[in-house]
Structures are given as C-alpha cells and as structure tokens.
Design a protein around this ligand. Structure first.
Ligand SMILES: Cc1cc2nc3c(=O)[nH]c(=O)nc-3n(C[C@H](O)[C@H](O)[C@H](O)COP(=O)(O)OP(=O)(O)OC[C@H]3O[C@@H](n4cnc5c(N)ncnc54)[C@H](O)[C@@H]3O)c2cc1C
Length: 416
C-alpha cells in the first residue's frame, strides 16, 4: 500500500453483527456515511444471545427497531429464584423500573432477529454501503485516516481510505491482531451446557417464571422462556469431557433431575450444545484511528446476559461520539476518547463484576444459602429491589436515549 493518499471516504465498520450494525445505524442517522464490511455472505443466523435488557430496548427504540423486535420476542416481567422442588426463594418484578425506562421488562429473542431489522433500517438511510463477503485483511494508519485492505469475492482485493474504522469484528478480532493489541481471553473454570426444549415448561412446571434461576445445593441452573422454546443453562466444570456431557442419556437424566415437577418424559429435548465461558477486556479501545466495540473489546460469562447488551451500548455511545467529532470537524477527539474510556470503565466496574457475581458461590452450600437469604431481603425491600434491577439491567451505566434537539444532545452526551 504505497503512493498518494486518497481523500478519506466513509467511516468503515468491520463486522455486521449486532454491534457493527448498530454503530453503523447511529452514524448514518447522524448523517455520517458508512461502509460496512462483513466477511460472511449473509447475516449470521446462529442461536447466541437472547436477552435484551430495558436500557438496550430504550436505545433500540430510539433507532426505531424496538417495537418490531418486541413483536418477535417474549417479554419477561419478573426474575425468579427457586429451588428444585418448586419453592420460590424470591421474585423481583420489572414494574419497579417504571419511571427509569420506557421498557420495564426484558425481552427474550434471538440476536439473529435483531440484525435484519438493523440492516433494513441502515439501508433505508441511503448513507450505507453494506458489503457481504468482504473480509478485512489489513489496516495501516495514514496521515488523516486508515487504509483498509479487504478481500472480496474471487480473491479480489480492494483498498479503502477511511477517516476512522470501527472494529466490531467479534471475539477473534482480526483488527485487534493487526493493531498488535492483546487478544487472549481467560477461560472461566466452568463451561456452559445449553439444553433446548420445545415443551411448554411454564405449563409443565407450576409457577415457573419465563426467567428462573434455580438455586439449590443439590444443583443450580437457569431457565429462559423464549417465544417458541425454553433454554436450560447448566454450568459444567472444565475438564469434564464434552462428549460425556452431551450424550443423549446424560442430557435427559440431567433434565429429569432439574425438572422433577415436569414428570421428565413430557420434556422433549430438541438440542443440546456446549460453549466456553471466558473473560476478556482490551487494555484500550482504540489503536490510532481504529476503534473497538462489542466482543472485539470485551467478553464476559453469559450469566446475566450482559455482554451483547454492553456491546450495543458501546455501539451507541461510540457512534454518537464519533459523529460529533466528524461533524464539528475541529480535529478535537476529546468526545471520542471520553466515550471510549467510559465504555471500557463500564465493563471493568460493572459488567464483569456483575456477571461474575451471578454465579459466585453456587458450588458452596453455605455460600448459596447466604446468597438466597440476601435475595429474600432484597425482594422484600422495594428500594433494594429497584436498585438490584437497575444494575442487572445496566440502566445505571448505559448511555441515555437522546431527547429534544438531537444535535445539541449528541454533543452534550459525547462530552459527559
Ligand atoms: C453460544 C453463545 C451464547 C451467548 N449468549 C449470550 C447471552 O445470553 N447474552 C449476551 O449478552 N451475550 C451472549 N453471547 C455473546 C453475544 O453473542 C455477543 O456478545 C454478540 O454477538 C457480540 O456482537 P458483536 O457484533 O460484537 O460480534 P459478532 O456477533 O461476533 O459479530 C462479528 C462479525 O464480524 C464479522 N467479521 C469477523 N472478522 C471479520 C473481518 N476480518 N472482516 C469482516 N468481517 C469480519 C463476523 O463474520 C461477524 O459477523 C453469546 C455468545 C455465544 C457464542
């Protein structure tokens, strides 16, 4: 890559996952043209994150996609902790968050239902060039931007010149590697087993809430009610062979132990798979004019469903700040650095500790009983319960939706 430098083109967003598409939409809605480069030939359809917290729904509402997402999902009005015999330790109702959010509930829906909505909204702006089958393979900083090398169909390579690049290229981020930033995640001592059933568990298990944490010295797991199925998430000690855990008879036995009230046989298991749980936090969220967001910047355990939500918040806050920098045109990058610093701080001080606290002490009966007693006290005190839900929803650390004069708010938000 040599010769004369072309004038900077649109901002490049690498990755058309939920984070990249959200950031691109925020930029395009602010009048900033974007090029989205995605190595796959189409949007991902795999089953991954499924929880959208109230703060995230507020932000997606502002982008005009929350209502359609809600129609595709299952709203969850309460969190429930229970034991294996069906006794309820505690329940917290999301209505406590009315006044703090326009969406006092969480939504269970596959992240793959969000990305097509974002893509449609992005296309409708007329300011986005979304290229599938385009893998970014190189990046080099030039005076006023970044030269990006992309391999497209049939090995054709193109070079683009962009004032900034937003790397939302996921947990194995190529941009991170190119920038020479560290990328090794630390695995937790457990991995996750996800069992899927299309049986109506709320009909088979009396009183089961659409989000239930079973906390019992005899065994703990989580149950999530989706629009058309349920997911049971178990933690398995690392080192336990996955083939053993995934053997059909082992999965069935585990489900029967977990749901004794459901008369085991009535539960039809449609899928079971495992995934690793790891933590990672990038030491800084920019390398020159390459900015990082979402899984490229951080990973947490899936407990609490925080990682994707935090990534979507990164996309909004970083996208707004970048739009401000580009629109003011003074070269002052302070709003961007403030936003990136804040996003990293949110992961370090809120996302990682909160998600780790969700599963702490599950293997120690004494600790577990103490935590259950704590939860009961929290549920009995509306202020403590509200505070718990605010934190569990990241409402206390999320970017706020904009109101009124959009430009003034963009600037003030970015400077906060
Ligand atoms: C099994 C599983 C369960 C999960 N459950 C939860 C959950 O319950 N709650 C939660 O909050 N999170 C969960 N997560 C995490 C969640 O899925 C991620 O946080 C989320 O997908 C992050 O979005 P992203 O856009 O940053 O990255 P991704 O969704 O990974 O998107 C990155 C995109 O970049 C593209 N790309 C990569 N490299 C390049 C390149 N060089 N050039 C061009 N394109 C490139 C990829 O093809 C991909 O489309 C789960 C993850 C897994 C794997």
């Amino acid at each position: 890559m040599s010769g004369r430098t072309a004038p900077p083109g649109p901002v490049a967003v690498v990755g058309a996952g939920p984070v990249g598409l959200t950031a691109a939409l925020v930029l395009a809605r602010s009048g900033v043209p974007v090029t989205v480069l995605e190595s796959r030939n189409e949007l991902a359809t795999e089953s991954r994150a499924s929880t959208f917290h109230p703060a995230t729904l507020d932000l997606l509402d502002e982008l005009g996609v929350a209502a359609a997402l809600r129609r595709r999902g299952r709203t969850v009005d309460r969190l429930q902790w229970r034991d294996l015999d069906g006794g309820v330790h505690a329940e917290l109702n999301y209505s406590l968050l009315a006044g703090h959010t326009r969406h006092p509930y969480r939504l269970h829906v596959e992240q793959a239902r969000l990305t097509p909505l974002l893509l449609d909204a992005l296309t409708a702006t007329g300011l986005a060039d979304v290229r599938f089958g385009a893998t970014v393979t190189g990046a080099a900083e030039t005076g006023g931007g970044v030269r990006l090398r992309t391999e497209e169909a049939a090995g054709r390579a193109t070079v683009g010149h962009h004032p900034y690049v937003l790397a939302a290229d996921g947990s194995r981020s190529r941009l991170r590697e190119i920038a020479g930033l560290p990328g090794t995640a630390e695995e937790y001592p457990d991995y996750a087993l996800r069992v899927v059933t299309d049986s109506p568990l709320d009909e088979l298990v009396p009183g089961l809430a659409p989000l239930a944490y079973v906390r019992d010295p005899r065994g703990s797991f989580s149950a999530l009610g989706m629009p058309d199925h349920w997911r049971l998430i178990f933690r398995i000690r690392r080192g336990t062979p996955r083939a053993e855990v995934l053997a059909p008879e082992a999965v069935r036995a585990r489900v029967e132990r977990a749901l004794p009230g459901a008369a085991g046989r009535a539960v039809r298991i449609t899928d079971a798979h495992t995934y690793r749980l790891a933590r990672f936090l990038l030491p800084r969220y920019r390398a020159g004019r390459v900015l990082f967001a979402g899984d490229a910047a951080h990973l947490t355990s899936t407990a609490g469903g925080l990682n994707m939500n935090c990534g979507l918040h990164d996309a909004v806050e970083t996208g707004r700040a970048l739009a401000t920098v580009l629109q003011t045109g003074t070269g002052d990058e302070a709003p961007l650095d403030t936003a990136l610093g804040r996003r990293r701080c949110v992961v370090e001080t809120a996302v990682l500790p909160r998600s780790e606290a969700r599963t702490a002490g599950l293997d120690s009966p004494a600790e577990l009983l103490a935590r259950i007693a704590d939860l009961r006290r929290t549920a009995a005190d509306p202020r403590a319960a509200t505070d718990y839900l605010l934190k569990a929803s990241l409402l206390d650390v999320a970017p706020r939706p904009l109101k009124g004069d959009a430009h003034a708010d963009l600037v003030s938000q970015a400077h906060r």
